[in-house]
Design a protein around this ligand. Structure first.
Ligand code: DAH
Length: 359
């Protein structure tokens, strides 16, 4: 039998094709029901529901067009329509339950956690190789009775140069090309700048140490950087001699490199010490036999050092007749470079995880 869309119900038309409104309703209902049972997803089911029972749905339209029937047929046909509507709604609800169950179990299956799979590891950070080195150095000096100070990286010209006995415009400053913030303020070029800050606020005896960043204007390459780390230490007291300096550096170097090393002093010049020395220790790579790291000499240059210049002590209000002191300072990067065979200074500041993860 031909299907007829009753939204365009026209009794005259129905009579003409010899089809009653009941037949049309029956056809519509069975078509709708078979579509409901065939629906594969709840989305499809929703679409079918709207198509038949929605505000503009086919069955809803049919209900609205009852008025077009002769009055004596309206009641019965209305009842038949409502019955069909309820049957359809019931079928949709049942199918929705079925599909819902199926969809939930499919989702559960899809999203199931396989507890036997290996987990995803969190990336756990570690301390930077320079931080480790600084800590090791710090621990050794604390063990030797040094007090650790923090000192500003943005420093006064006076503490960085003048108080350290640098005459104005002295050529020794050329090695320390600075980043100036004003004429009087600069990024410290060496940690030695902390000496005066401590000396003028303390009374001897004192043993002081600081560690941190320093800055110099320098073209960056494998062995030069604008930012690097230094350690600076000094001791002031009665009767302190160069033997104390030598003993201290020997103890430090042996603790740092984990073996007994010799210490060599050669004269050097720094405005804030007199006499001044360049300190070298037995090459830890070849134990002094000579290798390419120590360039065949058997020695590694470690630090600058000396007896604190009387002008520096006096400038801090310390009587240089009564007290003497020694001081030394060295670069930090050089230590891990030697210990791990690192050949490029830039690696320390690059934040390249492939480098950092090796330590
Ligand atoms: N501050 C010097 C530099 O950066 C190193 C140094 C030399 C520090 C002698 C000292 C010292 O404390 O006594 O080149």
């Amino acid at each position: 039998m031909q299907r007829c869309n009753l939204t365009r119900l026209d009794v005259g038309f129905l009579e003409a094709v010899n089809m009653t409104a009941y037949d049309t309703l029956d056809n519509l209902k069975s078509a709708a029901l078979s579509r409901v049972w065939a629906a594969g997803t709840s989305g499809e089911l929703d679409a079918i529901e709207t198509e038949y029972l929605g505000r503009k749905g086919e069955l809803t339209q049919m209900l609205r067009s009852i008025g077009a029937l002769p009055p004596d047929q309206r009641k019965d046909f209305g009842q038949a329509l409502n019955l069909a509507k309820n049957q359809l709604a019931e079928a949709i609800a049942r199918r929705r339950d079925e599909l819902g169950d199926r969809e939930i179990s499919a989702a559960l299956k899809n999203e199931a956690v396989d507890v036997t799979m290996p987990g995803r590891f969190f990336q756990i950070g570690g301390s930077h190789v320079l931080v480790d080195t600084l800590k090791k150095i710090k621990d050794i000096f604390i063990g030797l009775g040094y007090e650790i100070f923090e000192s500003p990286e943005v420093e006064l010209y006076d503490y960085n140069f003048a108080a350290l006995n640098y005459p104005e415009e002295h050529p020794a400053q050329d090695e320390h090309m600075s980043f100036y913030i004003t004429d009087d303020i600069l990024l410290r070029t060496h940690t030695t700048a902390f000496q005066h800050r401590v000396m003028k606020n303390r009374k001897p005896p004192m043993r002081a140490c600081t560690l941190g960043k320093c800055y110099r204007v320098d073209a960056v390459d494998a062995t030069h950087g604008h930012t690097f780390h230094q350690v600076d230490c000094f001791a002031v007291g009665r009767g302190i001699t160069m033997a104390d300096l030598k003993g201290t550096l020997h103890t430090f170097a042996s603790a740092m490199f984990g073996k007994n090393v010799d210490v060599r002093f050669r004269p050097d010049f720094f405005p804030f010490v007199e006499p001044g020395a360049e300190v070298a220790v037995t090459c830890t790579i070849c134990d002094g036999r000579g290798c390419n790291v120590c360039k065949g000499s058997g020695w590694l240059e470690l630090a600058g050092a000396g007896m604190i210049h009387p002008n520096v002590l006096e400038g801090a209000g310390i009587d240089s007749e009564e007290y003497t002191g020694f001081a030394f300072g060295f670069g930090v990067e050089r230590m891990p470079m030697l210990m791990y065979g690192i050949n490029d200074l830039r690696l320390f500041m690059d934040s390249d995880l492939r480098f950092l993860r090796q330590f």
